[in-house]
Design a protein around this ligand. Structure first.
Ligand code: MG
Length: 490
């Protein structure tokens, strides 16, 4: 079957190649910035990326007439997907003035530098004036984009098509249950967290594990970065990173598996969609559901430890003193953890909820920037039952606000919640994925994900894709049930 047949769409995609190439270049520059670029290269890199973005805007706007023409013609699902995605991009570029995009770039560049200093000194007052400016700019962007009910809706939609405050409220309706569960099961850190590992051996184990899970090193790389990430530069060039901390091997291996999940999504998109507007993951939340699926469902399982035991104990011989069950407990321990990126699957969504509340309140004006640390601590204490030690471990811990990523956090909750719904849907077709892990049947898992989610790229909007893949809209109750089964009475 030919994916793109309509003549207008074919012409449109031909014109789109300039936009694609600019995105491709920005993607390589972004990967390099986060891996090997020397610190002093940052200034020129920022300027170059800004120019590429302006060029992208210029070429995007030229596509308007072809998009409008195509929209009136009879199209298949893929072609409709192309029109939908391009209309979203056009809406952004046509609504938000170039001057405001430049202002955003300037404010966030300064914001990032100020945040780094403020976090180092754990002094929110240093960051407060910049944060105020950033929220003002983002609110202005929201006004230009337009919304029905809440300015936050306009920003949420940038990361997760169709997401609104109303839908977030539904998603976060499970927060009281999660908070109660967390307080029931929270315990002490596992002694394995103190075991030092050999860095080369750790690298070899990470490489072995992602290879066995299905990462194709002829189409990807695995590097080191201060924060793990995935960059899908092209369908045949998908790069992941992980981190190394001398001890606590769970962090390095868990991140490698998490990023593998992101990478597999990009690697399994239908090659016919490459270099088109729908040749990438459909949304931030659906992308995160793929990384969380491999991290939470596959990696945090007894069967994973069982299947990989020979490899783990060969590369990290100290695990022999503990045994398989202790390694599983170490992977799934629930402990007091004020830092979101270190949080386990039981408390993770609570950390996200806290940020959602603060973003929403700042945007609607019911909270002042100066009140953020107090509000943070108040929410944190009610969710977790204790206070973070300082602002560096509280409201200053995340980079997102300094970069202007307002509306991004809720997609992390979507990722964790959706991963479980996907697990349950998969179970009906293939049997429990945890059982497939026991026999190393990762190919069956990959195939299911490819057919139901990956191959489609951004053809369908996220909510439609979720319905097609799992048979129903996103339902956070599955997540609570899963956590109860896994963490209560064990
Ligand atoms: Mg991720």
């Amino acid at each position: 079957m030919k994916v793109f047949e309509n003549h207008t769409i074919v012409s449109l995609l031909k014109e789109y190649q300039k936009v694609w190439a600019l995105g491709y270049a920005s993607s390589v520059l972004g990967w390099d910035k986060n891996t090997y670029m020397p610190p002093k290269g940052a200034e020129a890199r920022g300027a170059a990326v800004g120019e590429l973005r302006a060029l992208k805007r210029f070429y995007m706007l030229q596509l308007r007439h072809l998009v409008e023409k195509a929209e009136k013609e009879e199209l298949n699902d893929f072609e409709r997907g192309v029109v939908r995605v391009l209309k979203r991009d056009l809406h952004y570029f046509e609504s938000v003035p170039e001057s405001l995009i430049k202002k955003e770039a300037k404010v966030t560049a300064e914001g990032y530098v100020t945040w780094v200093q403020a976090k180092r000194r754990s002094d929110f007052r240093l960051f407060a004036p910049k944060l105020k400016e950033i929220f003002e700019v983002e609110k202005e962007i929201a006004e230009h984009l337009g919304y029905d009910n809440h300015p936050y809706d306009a920003l949420l939609d940038l990361y997760e098509e169709g997401l609104t405050v109303k839908k977030c409220e539904d998603l976060f309706s499970i927060v009281p249950k999660l908070s109660k569960l967390y307080k029931e099961v929270v315990g002490e850190e596992h002694p394995l967290a103190e075991e030092k590992y050999d860095r080369d051996a750790m690298y070899a184990l990470n490489k072995y594990v992602v290879h066995i899970l299905g990462f194709d090193f002829s189409r990807g790389r695995m590097d080191v970065s201060p924060h793990p990430f995935t960059d899908g530069i092209d369908i045949n060039d998908v790069r992941i990173t992980t981190w190394y901390h001398e001890k606590d091997f769970r962090r390095s291996l868990g991140a490698a598996v998490h990023e593998f999940g992101h990478a597999l999504y990009d690697l399994q998109i239908d090659p016919a969609l490459a270099r088109t507007p729908i040749g990438e993951g459909v949304s931030t939340g659906v992308h995160e559901s793929q990384s969380r699926f491999w991290e939470n469902i596959v990696w945090r399982s007894r069967t994973f430890v069982e299947y990989f035991w020979n490899a783990i104990s060969t590369f990290l011989p100290f695990v022999e003193d503990y045994g398989k069950e202790e390694v599983y407990k170490y992977f799934t321990v629930v402990r007091r953890e004020p830092i979101r990126v270190e949080a386990d699957e039981v408390q993770y969504v609570l950390h996200v909820f806290l940020r959602y509340k603060i973003e929403k309140e700042l945007l609607e004006g019911s909270l002042e920037v100066s009140e953020v640390p107090n509000r943070w601590n108040e929410l944190f204490e009610s969710l977790f039952g204790y206070l973070p030690p300082d602002d560096a471990h509280g409201c200053l811990q995340d980079v997102h606000w300094s970069e202007g990523y307002i509306g991004y956090f809720p997609t992390y909750a979507i990722g964790s919640i959706l991963a479980v719904q996907i697990r349950n849907a998969m179970e009906k077709d293939t049997g429990a994925p945890e059982q497939l892990v026991e026999n190393g049947n990762f190919g069956i898992i990959r195939k299911w994900l490819k057919e139901k989610i990956h191959r489609w790229g951004a053809t369908y909007p996220p909510e439609e894709l979720v319905k097609r893949a799992t048979g129903e809209p996103i339902n956070p109750e599955y997540f609570v049930d899963y956590l109860r089964r896994k963490y209560c009475n064990r």
